[in-house]
Design a protein around this ligand. Structure first.
Ligand code: 6PG
Length: 253
């Protein structure tokens, strides 16, 4: 996998770096294109990133020119703890001055097929022709212990033709009905940042980053940018099974 791999002692330091990448990409995008298009992820890992953006880095981002999307969503009401938009709202959106019209959430009141179609139409409004979807300036992704990313799970179809798909998947005790953007969108991004932490992900991460190419089994391997920068931010525990040659260590003391 053609990626930059950075290792941090802990999630706090990793999240700070993730926030600095947000600030840098937003400034570049606004300078070059007048707006910043970013897709966020759900799960537990991005929570501290959202807190950094809500406080320490809040004034370093032009939120008027920022449009926030989600790489996937769980089809539960926004006040349900399993709703990714809801998590971001509470940790970030409530603490910054961003217009509702700049926040593009998945309509979780709909069924998965309608919600996917609806979100495809929302993406189309920000399309970068000839693409029918936006070329994101920045995408944050996570990785599950099974190698899934966004809501692209092991064994799911690889050759998708839609930018957004309905998904039914069992993972831990999380909602099963989901909507996910696909590699058609992710692989056109200017920058994709994976964040993964914890010993429980170490074996899978070693397979994803240095094992045989098997995108059916490891959907995180389906993220191969056409013309962008792919960055992995991981902690030492998650990196514990990586071959030494593969590592460039970032130690921030
Ligand atoms: C989701 C995510 C999903 C997540 C992984 C890792 O909404 O479920 O997009 O892909 O990133 O499941 O989750 P953790 O960060 O909680 O380990």
């Amino acid at each position: 996998m053609n990626a930059e791999i950075n290792i941090f002692p802990d999630l706090q330091k990793l999240s700070r770096h993730a926030a600095q990448l947000f600030v840098g990409q937003s400034a570049r995008a606004v300078h070059e294109r007048g707006r910043f298009l970013v897709a966020l992820n759900g799960g537990s890992t991005p929570a501290i990133l959202f807190e950094y953006l809500a406080k320490e880095y809040r004034d370093q981002v032009d939120w008027d020119k920022t449009h926030i999307f989600w790489g996937d969503e769980r089809l539960v009401p926004e006040n349900d703890p399993g709703n990714s938009y809801g998590q971001t709202r509470d940790l970030l959106l409530r603490h910054i001055s961003i217009a509702d019209t700049n926040v593009h959430r998945v309509n979780t009141e709909l069924g998965s097929v309608e919600a996917s179609r609806d979100y495809s139409l929302i993406l189309k409004r920000f399309a970068s022709p000839p693409l029918e979807w936006p070329r994101f300036d920045l995408v944050y992704l996570g990785m599950g212990e099974d190698g899934h990313t966004a809501s692209l799970f092991p064994g799911s179809p690889i050759d998708v033709t839609e930018p957004v798909i309905p998904v039914t998947a069992q993972y831990q005790d999380r909602p099963t009905q989901r909507v996910s953007l696909t590699p058609l969108v992710f692989n056109n991004a200017r920058m994709v940042v994976f964040m993964a932490t914890g010993e429980k992900k170490a074996i899978t991460l070693a397979e994803v980053l240095s094992g045989r190419y098997n995108p059916e089994l490891y959907p995180a391997q389906r993220i191969e940018l056409k013309d962008g920068k792919l960055i992995w931010l991981i902690d030492e525990e998650a990196a514990s099974r990586l071959p030494h040659g593969l590592i460039r260590k970032f130690c921030e003391g």
